[in-house]
Design a protein around this ligand. Sequence first.
Ligand SMILES: [Zn+2]
Length: 346
Amino acid sequence: MIIDCHGHYTTSPPQHEAWRAKQIAALKDGTSPPPRPPITDEEIRESIEGGQLRIQRERGTDLTIFSPRAASMGHHLATAEANAAWSSECNDLVHRVCALFPRNFVGVCQLPQAPGVPPENCIAELRRCVQELGFIGCNLNPDPSGGHWSGLPLTDRSWYPLYEAMVELDVPAMVHVSSSCNPNFHATGAHYINGDTSAFMQLLTADLFADFPTLKLIIPHGGGAVPYHWGRYRGLAQDMNRPLLSEYLLKNVFFDTCVYHQPGAELLAKVIPAENILFASETIGAVQGIDPETGHFYDDTRRYIDAIPWLNGAERQKIYEDNARAVYGRLSGQIERQRSIEGATL
Ligand SMILES: [Zn+2]
């Protein structure tokens, strides 16, 4: 089975994101938020069959761990209350996708974070998504200020109540920023990669996993700059008299394969142990074109993993399936649940 751990609902029916725009406008005008938009099953089916599902079939992947569109989380654009309504709308929509296509998608939730608001305000929505909707993880924005980085690092104790809930529920988080408020930082080209890299460095400097030995975090987009600069991070840890990275981070921190060229994928697989790499493509996402050098889509990441000559079968099995099942502790149970009630309401 090939499990893609990183897909967003980027093709949602247009009234979904239009509602968010109206909600933000109402907030600015001081008027009542608009009613939630009607979205039919048929509209959802069309948006998936022509998009994510088609790509799964074309590229021979089996299941996508699916979450709301990351760029639209926009935690910096509204209040905690408005973000809670938006998150619940987004998560309900992803749940409907999983209910309509139970063999192909398992849900991960967006959290109703907001700048300056303690992360524990997200626990109720996390619980609802895991316990009522069958979701298996969450996307955690390390910078809900959208590029100001005005909040506290991921290792600060203010995050702990949320981590306690994640551990109790046995769900990991993908550390994933949203859109950028600063034109100096292109969202997917700079802000995303910066978010990944910054999150890893925050984890390196503290002892978060001594306090949460079973907490699991996935750093997407191939880990940002981390694998390429692994020597820098090892050296910084050494200069700070920290233990080896393999001892205090790699039991808890994982990287996905959203790296869009062969040399990058090979570097990731050379530097990071196979046990810490989860297959992902982030389709349909940031880069949608065809690479003229190869004739294949940049984000067809399966081709890169398949073409790494030194990976053996056991390592590929880990990257494609086993690591996802291990990191997302509820995944295997949810796959069985969704298959057993396929066609019925989840
Ligand atoms: Zn993403």
